[in-house]
Design a protein around this ligand. Structure first.
Ligand code: PGA
Length: 254
């Protein structure tokens, strides 16, 4: 299984800024080991500029931060998986906690997106995670299991393991500077692994589980060395090429 090192730029960067930064990341990824992949989830408006800046054969792959579960139609403001493929994307994020909290996305709707994106040919990362209130209320397991069950409800049992990943992003650790500790990460990732093994006929042991939430150059190596951590999803620290490249290359000696 290859590790997946992912940048999520959220709603940052104009086309020119995005192209410069994508180029800057790519130029630093020459030493990315063969057992790692890097992907950039850029804003929709910057995808074509990033694709052009990166050119064919780049190490850095592109992805959308969201998609709508239909191939086309009267869905004002939405973007289809086909449109992302057309912008050189191979991947998509679904269910990011900001979309759940700020845009009211339900588990059922996220489940539709996840299955539709995979069926459309995009490799898909389903984001899940508990709020602090849920964690403090002893609800970690039921919340994660509900998000997984509904988010994956339409996904075929025999989906290729490398096409689906889960990003565990505790809501209280996103953009707060408060990274989850090793014990918290190990517990959540073990729970997710057990769920995936049960849910999928054979691939559940080999699907990637990423950690996200205040990942920085200084803590990435420790995090990716934990059991059942198969990559990271990085927000704030991915906005600078140098910083994200250091995270993508964490633990690789120069
Ligand atoms: P952060 O965001 O790294 O800024 O905490 C992570 C994410 O939201 O994917």
């Amino acid at each position: 299984m290859k590790m997946l090192m992912a940048a999520n730029w959220k709603m940052f960067k104009t086309r020119g800024e995005a192209a410069d930064c994508a180029r800057g990341i790519e130029s630093r990824l020459a030493w990315l080991p063969a057992d790692r992949e890097a992907v950039l989830f850029a804003p929709f408006t910057a995808l074509a500029a990033c694709a052009e800046a990166l050119g064919p054969g780049a190490r850095l792959r592109l992805g959308g931060q969201n998609c709508y579960p239909a191939s086309e139609g009267a869905f004002t403001g939405e973007i289809s998986p086909g449109m992302l493929l057309d912008c050189a994307c191979s991947q998509v994020l679904v269910g990011h906690s900001e979309r759940r909290a700020l845009l009211g996305e339900s588990d059922a709707f996220i489940g539709k997106k996840c299955a539709f994106a995979l069926n459309s040919g995009l490799d898909t990362t389903l984001c899940i995670g508990e709020t602090l209130k849920e964690r403090d209320g002893g609800m970690l397991r039921p919340v994660l299991e509900r998000q997984l069950a509904e988010g994956l409800s339409g996904v075929q049992d025999d989906i290729a393991a490398e096409r689906l990943s889960i990003a565990y992003e505790p809501v209280w650790a996103i953009g707060t500077g408060r990274v989850a500790g090793p014990v918290e990460i190990l517990e959540a990732h073990a729970l997710i692994r057990a769920f995936l093994r049960k849910r999928f006929t054979s691939g559940g042991g080999a699907m990637r589980i990423l950690y996200g939430g205040s990942v920085k150059a200084g803590n990435a190596e420790e995090i990716i060395n934990l059991d059942n951590v198969d990559g990271v999803l990085v927000g704030g620290a991915s906005l600078q090429a140098e910083t994200f490249a250091r995270i993508a290359l964490a633990g690789v000696s120069d």
